[in-house]
Ligand binder design. Structure first.
Ligand code: G16
Ligand code: MG
Length: 217
């Protein structure tokens, strides 16, 4: 049976994905090139340094590690400026209702985010206490699509991978959940999230009963 729901943060609970994109785009522009929204799909769920490497390769640039650290810190500063004004109003539609159904169903919950800023964002939106376990970028050594962030979440909740459902908006995150042996609900477009077991536009159009019925087949 399904015992736990594991949630990505950016693009699932809160729309910080747009702020990551804006900050990366500003960095690319300063380096003399641009990144599109379509290109940005490759960055979702990918760690800060891996994202920078993908962007630099896209711009045909190679830089020494010291310079890369500097650029990553700059991007993070811009990102922090953008998210500093967030409040609970920025929680995505359907999240509150979905979480009340999750608790009623006695399911365990974990956050599975590769973001080092995840605890700060949870604090800002008033959801620090909403999860039974929190796995963030400071607790893992490999970002998505590696399954580590989700397998650690399952381990902390003391459940098996096949007892977990993962909720993800990113191609790399869906792959991470599948590689971890979990049922994956993709939130976004079925044309993009092709590896997901079930795709919906957002948590707003899903109920916990729907998900449990589909994941338990
Ligand atoms: C998030 C975002 C990524 C971001 C990564 C690292 O992952 O989707 O775009 O690059 O975290 O974030 P930070 O630079 O804040 O450490 P997730 O797993 O929450 O989707
Ligand atoms: Mg995400």
């Amino acid at each position: 049976p399904i015992k736990a729901f594991l949630f990505d943060l950016d693009g699932v609970i809160v729309d910080t994905a747009i702020y990551h994109y804006q900050a990366w785009r500003r960095l690319a522009n300063e380096l003399g090139f641009d990144i599109s929204e379509e290109f940005n799909e490759r960055l979702k769920g990918v760690s800060r340094m891996d994202s920078l490497d993908i962007i630099l390769a896209h711009g045909g640039m190679t830089l020494p590690d010291e310079k890369k650290e500097e650029l990553a810190a700059q991007k993070n500063q811009w990102y922090l400026d953008l998210v500093s004004r967030m409040t609970s109003d920025d929680i995505l539609p359907g999240v509150a209702t979905f979480f009340s159904q999750v608790h009623k169903a006695n399911l365990l919950t974990a956050l599975g985010s590769v973001s080092k800023n995840a605890p700060m964002i949870l604090e800002r939106i008033g959801m620090s206490d909403a999860f039974d376990a929190i796995i963030d970028g400071t607790k893992i050594s490999k970002g998505k699509p590696d399954p580590e962030v989700f397998t650690k979440g399952a381990a902390e909740l003391e459940v098996d991978p096949d007892e977990c459902v993962v909720f993800e908006d990113a191609v790399a995150g869906v792959e991470a959940g599948k590689r971890g042996g979990m049922f994956v609900v993709g939130l976004g477009s079925p044309d993009v999230l092709t590896q997901a077991d079930l795709v919906a536009a957002s948590l707003d159009v899903l109920t916990v009963d729907d998900v449990l019925a589909k994941a338990s087949v």
